[in-house]
Write a new protein. Structure first.
Lengths: 234, 251
């Protein structure tokens, strides 16, 4: 009796750990990408802005599962083709290991959504604060870095917290390409115990706990970082 | 002869469609001068001031700060702007920084001062505008008049060559206007070179060396405050002064 219980526990722990890794890398990688895209869209000129729009539309306009399939199968095949026929350094194939590609897909996907939140927040503080920054002798880049971004990132916390919830749930798509995340662990346990309701209820509770914990942390950060005297709204 | 601090020649700025905010303007201000620009709303005074500070880039013409032509290609405008203090009508403090943070930011990031030196200078500037006791408050925790005094401290802390003030009291209640005017009076007493857009006529009469009536994108008339109060030359200036004096009396 004890061994199956230990197996179930281990399986859940492994699945949960992988889900946590995916969401943390996805959300923070996406944050970095979102910031770069938002800055590029606002200051990069028409060409950069158009390219960013194409990128965002691709990632927002196609299902994550399709993006995962492309990342998992199509891109390594393309890399192989380029290595064989066009002399692309073989390093790219090594870098395209299955784990790297799925982490990358989640970060790129989340970055496309986060770009919208961050740009929106930057626009709400942009005009007068940019003028004020320039008036004291700061460059545009300094003004963005020291004045606009710190305010925009505070404003974006509630939207960012929602993105985290959405991303966490999206990670369950990795089960379809053969990775064992929390959902897949639930499926394995249901198969092992024939207790479908119990297995998936347990999985749901773990998701709920993880999402609640993270959003509570985000709420605390939001309260702590709130600009005194100003109620921020997302 | 006093040194030239700023000058502009044949300055133009047009907004689409065909709205000319600055039309072939010539202007010069010397060391220690206080010049006051006034005129109807929408006449282009703020744009003129922003063009002088190169916060809005003029379409044509030259702007000089001391001997440097700021409109010449390749000029480091950030460095030039660091030598000009600018006070905005709607204040525009950095909302996420405390009062002292607002004042010391440019000292740290632009003039590359050490933290302690920047803090010391910022506190001195806040003391000059009588705001040192609110050093750790955030902008939203201050009254409009206090915020504008912080705005002035932020402008003077770099010891700029000139301070440009764009209607510094127009967004404030009459009772808060007084504290900002007192601060400007102190700056005037110290010999600070200032170009002020304002309709505060008693203040203008007291401190301005020259008043400039600006309308429809151009300088219509210049003269001493006494000339404007007793005998303005152009019809437009006459009408405007009459309205302003009546308004001031009512207040």
């Amino acid at each position: 009796m004890l061994t199956p219980m230990l197996d179930i526990g281990q399986s859940l722990l492994n699945g949960f750990t992988f889900t946590v890794e995916l969401t943390i890398i996805g959300i923070f990688g996406g944050l970095g990408i979102g910031i770069l895209l938002a800055i590029g869209d606002m200051y990069g000129g028409r060409l950069v802005s158009a390219l960013i729009r194409v990128y965002v539309e691709i990632f927002r306009g196609s299902p994550i599962i399709v993006q995962l399939f492309i990342g998992q199968y199509a891109i390594p095949q393309l890399a192989q083709f380029l290595i064989v026929h066009y002399g692309l350094p073989s390093f790219f194939l090594v870098a395209m290991n299955p784990y790297v590609t799925i982490f990358l897909v989640f970060a790129l996907n989340s970055g496309a959504y986060q770009k919208g939140y961050i740009k929106g927040a930057m626009e709400t503080v942009f005009e007068d604060q940019m003028m004020a920054g320039l008036s004291v002798g700061m460059s545009k880049a300094q003004t963005v870095f020291f004045i606009i971004l710190p305010q925009a990132l505070r404003i974006v916390i509630p939207a960012w917290s929602n993105e985290f919830c959405s991303l966490t749930k999206s990670t369950s798509a990795v089960a379809l390409i053969g990775f064992t995340d929390l959902t897949m662990a639930g499926k394995d346990i249901a198969g092992l115990t024939y207790d479908v309701i119990g297995a998936y209820s347990l999985v749901a509770v773990i998701y709920l706990g993880w999402i609640t914990l993270f959003t509570k942390i985000a709420d605390v950060i939001y309260e702590k970082k709130k600009i005194p005297g100003i109620e921020l709204s997302a | 002869m006093a040194d030239r601090v700023m000058e502009c020649t044949h300055l133009w700025k047009t907004y689409k469609p065909n709205l000319i905010a600055v039309k072939d303007v010539y202007f010069k201000i010397d060391e220690g001068d206080i010049k006051l620009v006034f005129g109807p709303s929408g006449s282009g005074k703020s744009t003129f001031l922003r063009c002088m500070a190169m916060l809005t880039l003029p379409d044509k013409g030259d702007v000089f700060l001391r001997d440097e032509c700021l409109t010449k290609p390749g000029v480091d405008l950030n460095k030039a702007r660091a030598r000009i203090g600018f006070v905005f009508q709607h204040i525009y403090l950095f909302r996420h920084l405390s009062t002292v943070g607002n004042v010391e930011l440019a000292l740290r990031r632009v003039l590359k001062m050490s933290k302690s030196e920047a803090r010391q200078r910022a506190m001195q500037a806040l003391s000059d505008v009588k705001m040192e006791q609110w050093a750790n408050n955030y902008p939203a925790q201050l009254s409009g008049g206090q915020q504008q005094r912080v705005g002035i401290a932020r402008a003077i802390v770099r010891n700029p060559d000139i301070i440009l003030l764009d209607e510094p009291t127009s967004a404030l209640d009459p009772e808060l206007t007084g504290e900002v005017i007192d601060t400007l009076r102190d700056l005037a007493a110290k010999g600070t070179t200032m170009l002020i857009v304002s309709h505060e006529m008693p203040f203008a009469r007291e401190v301005a060396d020259e008043m400039i009536f600006y309308d429809e994108g151009t300088i219509v008339e210049t003269g001493t405050p006494e000339q404007f109060f007793t005998n303005p030359q152009s019809d437009r200036a006459k009408k405007f002064m009459t309205r302003l004096i009546l308004k001031t009396k009512r207040e």
